[in-house]
Structure formats: C-alpha cells, structure tokens
Design a protein around this ligand. Structure first.
Ligand code: FES
Ligand code: FE2
Length: 358
C-alpha cells in the first residue's frame, strides 16, 4: 500500500535506524536556571556528559567518563574551575585536558576527556555534539521577537519523555491530533477535518491550514482581543533536526487566509518553540517556551498560558510514550494516513542529513 508521498508507509517511518542522530546541530542541554556550580550528569545522543558552571558562571561540558576506569566524572567534585575524579583524583580543565594526577609523578599521556562546545542563549544552555571545529554559535536557533517589549515570553519549562524524539517530531507536524488529544484546550471546530498544506525545503517542513469562521477553542477564547468568530491559522513547523515552531494566529473572521496582516491590532499570535534533545533511542528531553504578541506584563495570563501549555504537552507525552512502546513491540504492519505526509517528508529530509554526516 502506498503512503501519501508515494512510498510504503512503514518503510518511510523506518527510513533510518532510530539510533541514528544528527550530530552537527545545537541541542538544548538544560534550562539556564538548572545549571549551577554542581556537577550535572546528563546524556545526549547516547553519550554521557557532565555539565557545570565555572567560577565566572560560564557553562562547561565534558565527557562524563574518567579515562582511567571510566568512573563518571559527575561522581567526583568541582575544584575551582576543574573537575576532580572521585576515584584517584585525575583532574580536568574545561578543555578536557588533565591538569593534575596526584598519584603519578607526571600526567599520563592518555589522560584527557572530550570537551563539547556549549553556549548560553535565550535562557537555555546549548550543546554541540558534533566535531568541535564545525560549531558556530551564530547558528543557535534565533527566537524572533525575544527582546520585543510588545511581546511576552514565558521562562520556559521542560520534562523527560520516555520515547524516541521522532515520535515527538511527528506530533509537532500534525495539527489533526489536537481534536483527540487536547479536547479541553486546543481542539475546536475544524481541527479534525480541515485540509492541510505542506511546504518543505532543506531546512524545515511546515504543515499548516487556515480554519475559517469558527469560535476560538477554550485555551484561546480568553486571550483573543475580539469577540465573535475567528479565522485560525495552525502553523506546525519543524526545522532540522528537532526545533519545532508552533504558531497559532486568530484574526476576526474574514481577515485570515493567505496574505493576512500580522500587524492588524486585533490579531492574536502565539508562538511555541519546542526543542527536542535526543537522550538515547528511548528518551528525549523536551524543552519549550512560549511567546505571545499581547499583554506583555500580565502575569496572570502568563501563568495560565504556562500551566495550560504544560497540561497539553503532558497529554502529548502520555500518548507518545505509549506510541513508542507500541511501535517497539513491532507486532505487524503499520498503517499510514494522509496526516502523516509531513512527518514522512521530514524523515526523508532527515535521512539525507544523516547520510551527509556519515
Ligand atoms: S577512575 Fe578516575 S582517576 Fe581512576
Ligand atoms: Fe499536542
């Protein structure tokens, strides 16, 4: 049976091994507020990493395995800007070079660990897991309007999902699911059946649609600045490898559609940025922050938005962790539907990137 892109559904869904990751990308390692002078043990792309801040507050990321007996360095301690192994005291600087070997007359030649490029931006700590010489900080995702005083941005939040990151990518390219997964918040008339449009290039896939002349659903009804029916844009975009931009627009009915004016005073815009960091083939760190073009100083709205978004994302997490378990059982054929078209196109693009890296 052919899928929506003309291929066989299950073959497209499994176009590459789920253990393959894109290395040449900036991933979010943690929220800025969660990194301190404590050693923090983490895993990214199936590699153990220890994170901490040095004495100046700058983030540091090192391979979390001492070169002597592979004890995680995160079980040792910080000594100034350096990490001391908790077994025999080998000590490493931020470049991963051994600077002290207390039991030895001189520093052994093997004694170094890998260091990873890290940076802090948008209230997030970013890490580059690919070759160090390819890391360019100006390629960290740009968040439009971040410093615009007319917009408000939430502080961001995160949780761990026990699923592969591509099940989350599927979800974030799929506007249809809101009708069933988020019935008390994002769902609304037309979310189950309005036709979807897909655009793609070498950077991203976008799945979108305008739903015309409907009442705003519960989550948004209290936020839009006009009464009556609205035209609603659902813009679901994922940029390779795992930065999802979910844009929602409500304009008074009749003002939406292609060529709508985002500057119209009554237009409500909410942008959610989702950053998915693969931990391994069975776990993903999910970070998000939200951005709206109204009420920049209204803390009640900010709190309600943050709470509503987290509740909805937990609904996704519940479904996607069960999808991951179900797909791993591999109990037989997997059906493909038209709504999978954007996800399949994304995987095809991702496959090309992974092949180019290898
Ligand atoms: S295991 Fe780290 S110094 Fe021996
Ligand atoms: Fe969702």
């Amino acid at each position: 049976m052919n899928g929506p892109d003309g291929g066989h559904g299950i073959d497209n869904l499994k176009a590459h091994a789920l253990s393959d990751f894109v290395y040449n990308a900036w991933y979010v390692a943690c929220l800025s507020r969660d990194l301190s002078r404590e050693l923090k043990a983490m895993t990214f792309l199936a590699q153990p990493v220890v994170l901490y801040r040095d004495g100046q507050g700058l983030p540091v990321a090192l391979e979390d395995a001492c070169p002597h007996r592979k004890l995680p360095l995160s079980m040792g301690r910080l000594k100034g800007d350096h990490v001391e192994c908790g077994y025999h005291g080998l000590t490493f600087d931020r470049r991963g070079l051994c600077v002290d070997a207390p039991t030895q007359g001189r520093i052994p030649a093997f004694a170094c660990v890998k260091s990873y490029p890290v940076a802090e931006k948008w209230g997030l700590i970013w890490i580059w897991m690919g070759p160090e010489h390819l890391a360019r900080e100006d390629e960290i995702p740009q968040i439009e309007h971040f410093d615009d005083p007319a917009w408000h941005i939430t502080a961001g939040d995160s949780f761990m999902c026990q699923c592969h990151y591509l099940w989350l990518v599927d979800n974030l390219l799929d506007p249809s699911h809101v009708a069933w997964v988020h019935p008390s918040s994002f769902a609304g008339a037309g979310t189950g059946d309005t036709a979807l449009k897909i655009d793609s290039d070498e950077h991203s896939v976008v799945c979108s649609r305008w739903i015309e002349n409907q009442a705003p659903p519960p989550f948004y009804a209290a936020l839009v600045k006009f009464s009556g029916h609205a035209d609603r844009l659902q813009h679901y975009e994922v940029r390779y490898p795992s930065w999802a931009i979910n844009k929602t627009v409500f304009t008074p009915a009749g003002l939406g559609g292609e060529g709508f004016n985002p500057q119209d005073a009554q237009t409500y815009i909410m942008v959610s940025h989702h950053f998915l960091t693969p931990v391994d083939a069975d776990h993903t760190l999910y970070f998000w922050l939200q951005h709206r073009n109204t009420d920049p100083h209204n803390q009640d709205i900010t709190a309600r938005n943050a709470e509503g978004a987290k509740k909805a994302f937990l609904e996704d997490k519940n479904v996607l962790e069960a999808v991951h378990r179900g797909m791993k059982k591999n109990t037989g054929r997997v059906a493909t539907m038209g709504l999978d078209a954007a996800a399949i196109r994304f995987r095809q693009g991702l496959q090309k990137i992974i092949e180019m890296e290898s």
